[in-house]
Design a protein around this ligand. Structure first.
Ligand SMILES: [Zn+2]
Length: 512
């Protein structure tokens, strides 16, 4: 329930109205009129609201927050008219089965009332003319913005001008998971003026070890809105928007258009390719990262700079990629996504600064192996025959993503054409019991050091990588090709789709 009233607020009646047998907690916030503001004495306040707008916005707020926190009931009353020190200007009550939800919903309501409600106040000071103060302004916070940014703006490469450019920047973060959380936190910390978070997912318990913006109480809640809430508490000087839905072909163009830079923090190929194509078409720099277990890849795509994804030999058709499935739910080393997320933020902030002395890694792909502490920078030149880089939309002829005529993906028929390639299976111990493994394959577990170097050392001949769903092997094959092993391939569909000829349900003992 939301109401605007000119009468004194009856707190006992409001508390009673929120009593319900299923509630285990009531969190109450009372906003009082104080006798001073910004170092000046205050004798009285006049609150004025656009009543109809305030009512509809307040109703919408209560509905939104009750949806965000299912099971929480909220009542908010805002007083208008003449008030004196000691009066209650705003009363918010949140009743819930559990105290944590009640605290968080009440906190969100307070912040949003300050931010969104069309209410103004006139302050009366002794011996001076009264002044209008916008309730959405917190002058203390605004005054502190310079202090907030001081340690960064004092860098000669940033300065006040760079800080200003950051404040004028608009950054889109797609995916608020292991990569998106640290990236968004540092973008907010850097003072990016408009930060938009997009994620249709909800927080899961298994996310918390790496998705640092979430707490236990967030499990089950939409990721984008909870991340925005956490970030607003860290930096209230910037605008943070949350879209709790997936980015799709129908909304992507609107979301990407006009951005200073876009961060791809997703874990699926369809979105990856869509953002890649759209950003290059619109001329918006794209900072992309992906992590598999201990290893990560970072690439910055900018039109006219370095090679695109198609230049690197990735299939152009997301349909083909979808057919390979993905490794969502696969094991991942928390700090590896943290490192890659921070690198994404680093490069994105440099794009926003547009500082001539900072180099942005648009011509390289960075491969990071946190298990062996190995960092490799691989040049990513534009291919002269790349249809995408030449301004032609990716066509079926480029769909196989051929690199010197050899596609990254092979099926069983294609594998036969390779004449007894070396098969390397990338599975965990548990997965090796779940799937039927090819008999003659070399099986590598996380306990082994699965790195580009030791996989490449398996053979100088053709190498086909196989993983449960195809994503892990494709990433590894791409990495191998980028580091010079052009005869590395990934098996389409992985173990989940293909029953290999000569397979055994028992893991081979000899792995040589
Ligand atoms: Zn290209």
């Amino acid at each position: 329930m939301f109401a605007v009233t000119e009468q004194p607020i009856d707190t006992a009646a409001l508390r009673a109205s929120l009593q319900r047998p299923e509630a285990g907690a009531l969190v109450v916030f009372e906003g009082w009129v104080r006798n001073h503001h910004n170092g000046r004495a205050v004798t009285r306040l006049e609150y004025e609201a656009f009543a109809e707008m305030a009512q509809s916005e307040g109703d919408a707020l209560v509905t939104e927050i009750q949806q965000e926190f299912p099971g929480v009931t909220i009542t908010c009353v805002h007083r208008c008219g003449d008030l004196v020190p000691g009066d209650i200007a705003v009363w918010i009550g949140a009743a819930s089965a559990h105290r944590d939800d009640a605290f968080r919903a009440a906190r969100l309501m307070i912040e949003e009332v300050k931010r969104r409600l069309p209410v103004w106040k006139k302050e009366h000071h002794p011996g001076a003319a009264p002044v209008w103060v916008n309730c959405t302004e917190d002058t203390g916070v605004q005054r502190n913005a310079a202090a907030f940014n001081a340690r960064q703006s004092s860098l000669p490469e940033v300065g006040d001008a760079g800080q200003q450019r950051l404040a004028q920047s608009s950054v889109l973060v797609v995916g608020v998971g292991g990569l998106g959380c640290p990236a968004a936190q540092y973008l907010a910390g850097a003072g990016v003026g408009r930060l938009t978070l997009v994620d249709g997912g909800r927080v899961e318990l298994s996310n918390l070890h790496r998705q640092i913006l979430f707490e236990m109480g967030d499990v089950g809640a939409p990721k984008a809105s909870r991340a925005a809430l956490a970030l607003r508490a860290r930096n209230p000087n910037i605008t943070i928007e949350a879209f709790s839905s997936d980015i799709t072909a129908s909304n992507a163009r609107t979301l990407v258009t006009g951005r200073t830079v876009v961060l791809d923090c997703t874990d699926n190929f369809t979105t990856r390719l869509m953002l890649h194509d759209l950003c290059l078409e619109l001329g918006v720099p794209l900072v992309q990262a992906a992590v598999h277990r201990w290893e990560g890849v970072l690439a910055i795509f900018q039109r006219g700079e370095g090679g695109c994804l198609y230049c690197t030999g990735l299939p152009a058709q997301s349909v083909e990629l979808d057919a390979t499935g993905n490794c969502a739910g696969a094991p991942v080393f928390g700090p590896a996504v943290g490192v890659l997320g921070l690198l994404q933020a680093t490069e994105a902030i440099k794009v926003c600064l547009s500082c001539p002395v900072t180099e942005i890694a648009t011509r390289y792909t960075l491969l990071i192996d946190t298990l062996s502490t190995d960092i490799t920078r691989v040049e990513r030149p534009a291919r002269v025959d790349c249809p995408f880089c030449r301004g032609v939309a990716p066509a079926t002829s480029a769909a196989s993503g051929s690199d010197d005529g050899s596609p990254l993906w092979v099926d069983l028929v294609g594998m036969a054409d390779l004449h007894a390639p070396r098969l390397v299976v990338l599975v965990t111990e548990a997965e090796s019991r779940e799937f039927v493994l090819p008999r003659a394959a070399r099986v590598l577990h996380p306990a082994d050091s699965v790195t580009l170097k030791n996989v490449a050392a398996e053979t100088t001949g053709p190498l086909v990588l196989v993983c449960p769903f195809g994503l892990r092997s494709a990433a590894m094959a791409r990495g191998l090709r980028a580091s010079g092993k052009s005869n590395a391939f990934a098996l389409v569909g992985g173990l989940s789709r293909v029953r290999l000829a000569g397979s055994s349900s028992v893991r081979p003992e000899a792995q040589a």
